[in-house]
Design a protein around this ligand. Structure first.
Ligand SMILES: NC(=O)c1ccc[n+]([C@@H]2O[C@H](COP(=O)([O-])OP(=O)(O)OC[C@H]3O[C@@H](n4cnc5c(N)ncnc54)[C@H](O)[C@@H]3O)[C@@H](O)[C@H]2O)c1
Length: 353
């Protein structure tokens, strides 16, 4: 069994490293549009490299690969996912599957028509704390859930060039909180109300984006969620969730490295704070690759499908519309209407069966 990795930048190199740990260097092949990066990564990990994705899939390397990890820039995901599905192999795709709802819908329809197996890279679904929270809610031990709190605080904002094409803080960042909210609670949001602020660098405002957001969501069971995010938390990377029920309440992300200081007489954090997502979610990234290896080896069902990615994207879109128009947005309206003006069809799926 061999697994290919397309794109070995920041996240793809980590996935390749985790795959080497899971299946051995002889069973991993990488490719990158930057030949020097491909060469250096292949040498560092002791794996083979291919000139491009076609060479990976078409058998140019010892008969091709049995699974493909897509960790290239967002605007290339849809075409690569559909190319792998057309080749009949399972594919892991970094989030987002596509830059807008229309394209994500198109991918979903084609994946479903082809019976493709796709795992999307919402790694929090593999983080031990979130997995335990998911199980606690499912077991009913918390009693009826009344409120949920979630947050993502980045230490520093991404550079201007990234912000300009990121799709905004809801689609780029808070989408992880929206996805994990659905997965942990097993509930769909029916209404969102979002607001945002520019409290930091001017280039974020200039891009039409905000650097701090707060969202309230009404869930289908009438429980209430409050999500927030900021691009500025110099103390460290701080991702947390609380699920509060009538019988018990739980927290995810409160650990010795959580970068928050208690005002009570206790030492917190007691270890160096998480500097970024790679450190905070190291175990989750390894576990999601192990799950993908299992899908390639034995089949089964994906813990995070394209339909899940679409659902999270719809919520992110609802947040963006709510913030811009300063009004509550019914999620059903976004599902029915689709997309913001000017966003349709940015990813060409032409020529990809
Ligand atoms: N799940 C997460 O926590 C997480 C974290 C970081 C990034 N991401 C996602 O992963 C994707 C990649 O992000 P990144 O930060 O690693 O980007 P990056 O720019 O560091 O790496 C992308 C790599 O892909 C290569 N590439 C571009 N086009 C290619 C092609 N057609 N074939 C092969 N290689 C190609 C580039 O040369 C580069 O090396 C993005 O979609 C991002 O949203 C997800």
């Amino acid at each position: 069994m061999r697994i290919g990795v397309a794109g070995v930048g920041r996240i793809g190199a980590l996935h390749a490293q985790n795959l080497v740990a899971a299946v051995g260097a002889a069973n991993v092949v990488i490719t990158d549009a930057d030949p020097e990066r491909a060469r250096a990564t292949a040498a560092a990990l002791g794996v083979a490299s291919a000139p491009d994705v076609e060479a990976l899939l078409a058998g140019g390397i010892d008969g091709g690969v049995d699974g493909l990890v897509v960790a290239t820039p967002t605007d290339t995901h849809a075409a690569l996912v559909l190319r792998a599905v057309a080749a009949g192999i399972p594919v892991f795709c970094e989030k987002p599957v596509a830059p807008d709802i229309a394209s994500t819908r198109a991918v979903l329809a084609q994946v479903q028509a082809a019976g493709g197996l796709v795992q999307v890279g919402f790694q929090r679904r593999f983080d031990p704390g979130y997995v335990a929270a998911h199980e606690a809610v499912a077991s009913g031990v918390l009693g009826p859930i009344h409120t949920i709190v979630g947050q993502t605080l980045d230490p520093t904002p991404p550079p201007a060039a990234y912000v300009a094409v990121s799709g905004g803080i809801f689609r780029d960042c808070l989408v992880h909180d929206l996805d994990i909210l659905r997965w942990v609670t097993g509930q769909e949001a029916v209404e969102v109300y979002a607001t945002g602020a520019n409290l930091g660098d001017d280039y974020i405002r200039a891009a039409g984006d905000v650097d701090a957001v707060a969202v309230t969501l009404t869930m289908a069971d009438c429980s209430l969620a409050m999500l927030s995010a900021s691009r500025y938390n110099r103390a460290g990377y701080d991702v947390r969730m609380e699920v509060r029920g009538h019988r018990d309440s739980i927290a995810v992300g409160l650990e010795p490295r959580t970068p928050i200081r208690s005002m009570e007489p206790m030492t917190y954090p007691s270890e160096p704070a998480f500097p970024g997502f790679l450190e905070r979610f190291g175990a989750a990234y390894a576990a999601e690759m192990a799950a993908f290896v299992s899908l390639v080896r034995s089949g089964g069902s994906s813990r995070c499908t394209v339909a899940d990615a679409l659902a999270a994207f719809v919520l992110a879109e609802a947040c963006e519309i709510s913030r811009r128009e300063r009004r509550p947005v019914a999620v059903a309206d976004i599902e029915a209407a689709g997309v913001l003006p000017g966003q349709q069809g940015r990813v060409s799926l032409e020529g990809v069966a």
